[in-house]
Design a protein around this ligand. Structure first.
Ligand code: ADP
Length: 386
């Protein structure tokens, strides 16, 4: 008999447990269910490190759906979260899209529990508790059980792989939900609603692309194979274009302003590398300002250097984290509930160093952060390079 999955059902009454268990068994899942009907029970059960997934029908009294997701995420950030809904209402869809609930099941179609569990557990956001779940796929056999076992990955990389699967699962579940809705309700949805789902898909595809770009650049940098391909570049225009693009992506929650002093039209730079660096700095400034607020980009000269400052008024960085910021996979102690791979700053530093420059950080926890990309002035283009 395989070890059971541990799933918590959050509902007003435990009545659904019996039928869910029957369906799970029928579908070949061995589930050890627990039930939370009140906030206190939920808090208590969320201490259980063995939990594999949360299945939520109704939030306990005094919590709304959003607060319920926040409570689960606060206790176990990587725990797969599945909605058990009476109907696929707009509220359920919005909760899935906004919070990237891992999946949903309709009460009237409990058989959907199978694909939901399989998809949810195939790429766990953290190690699974049991080790031999029915829903687990063959490629996830423990490394030391493989015939030609690869050397064990160190802790840091394991954590990274787990973060990465979570970072992928979030956009994928949004894409999946939006596509399914468009497929099922295309004839009934008003055009504005359809547009929201198309935009959600497009936005998440960009997210996935950005993550893949980061991984590719990071790996090339780590292997010393990141190429430096300088060309005559208008840094002013490059920054302006990136600011405009990020502002369009982020919408009204943050405003990004761009200020420039002097002329930066003809510099001998690698535009692709600098775009990646600036995109990462801007994405961080936005992501780590969860309450919104302004982000300032300032392109200037300081003595013999060209300086690009990106300033936010967000969470800031705890002092103890500062020495570790540029280490691969490092994630700040106050950033655990915010998505990220821990690769971005490593890429920013690699881009700066290939230009003969460096990155400087100035931050105060609770007040905000400035990252400064400092590039040598000698990058100004010479006559023979024209
Ligand atoms: P990621 O953002 O994917 O975690 P990064 O390498 O870009 O990876 O950043 C590493 C860590 O540095 C982040 O996890 C976060 O703790 C911290 N950090 C980076 N930029 C900022 C910022 N603008 N404000 C606060 N913390 C930041």
């Amino acid at each position: 008999m395989s070890l059971p999955l541990h799933i918590i059902l959050i509902d007003r009454a435990p009545a659904a447990l019996e039928s869910l268990n029957a369906v799970a068994q029928q579908l070949g899942f061995n589930v050890d269910w627990s039930f939370a009907g009140s906030e206190a029970e939920l808090q208590e059960l969320l201490h259980d490190e063995r939990l594999d997934a949360a299945l939520a029908a109704y939030p306990p009294a005094r919590l709304d759906a959003q607060q319920l997701i926040d409570t689960v995420r606060a206790a176990q950030p990587g725990l797969p979260f599945i909605w058990l809904a009476d109907a696929l209402t707009e509220e359920v869809v919005d909760l899935c899209l906004d919070n990237a609930a891992t999946d949903y099941i309709l009460r009237g179609q409990p058989a959907r529990l199978a694909p939901a569990l399989a998809r949810t557990l195939r790429c766990p956001a953290r190690p699974l508790s049991g080790g031999h779940h029915n829903g687990r796929c063959a490629s996830e056999t423990e490394p030391d059980q493989m015939p030609n076992a690869m050397p064990a990955l160190d802790d840091q990389r394991c954590r990274f792989m787990s973060i990465l699967s979570h970072e992928f699962r979030t956009p994928l579940s949004v894409i999946m939900t939006s596509a399914e809705l468009l497929n099922r309700y295309a004839d009934r949805l008003p055009p504005a609603r359809k547009q929201i789902y198309f935009d959600a898909i497009r936005h998440q595809v960009h997210n996935l692309n950005d993550i893949l770009d980061d991984i590719s650049i990071f790996m090339r940098a780590e292997m010393g194979r990141l190429e430096f391909k300088p060309e005559s570049t208008d840094l002013d225009a490059l920054c302006q274009a990136m600011v405009t693009k990020m502002q369009a992506e982020v919408g009204a929650s943050h405003t990004i302003d761009f200020q420039t002093e002097g002329s930066f039209a003809e510099l001998w730079l690698d535009p692709a590398l600098l775009e990646h660096a600036l995109r990462n700095l801007l994405a961080n400034a936005i992501k780590y300002s969860p309450q919104g607020g302004p982000v300032h980009v300032w392109l200037r000269r300081d003595g013999q250097e060209i300086v690009l400052d990106v300033t936010d008024h967000g969470l800031g960085i705890p002092e103890a984290d500062l020495p570790h910021l540029f280490k691969p996979y490092f994630r700040g102690s106050n950033a655990q509930k915010i998505g990220g791979t821990g690769l971005g700053l490593r890429i920013v530093r690699a881009a700066a160093e290939l230009h003969g420059g460096m990155v400087v950080v100035n931050s105060q926890e609770g007040s905000g952060t400035t990252f400064s990309l400092r590039l040598p002035q000698r990058l100004a283009i010479t006559a023979d390079q024209r």
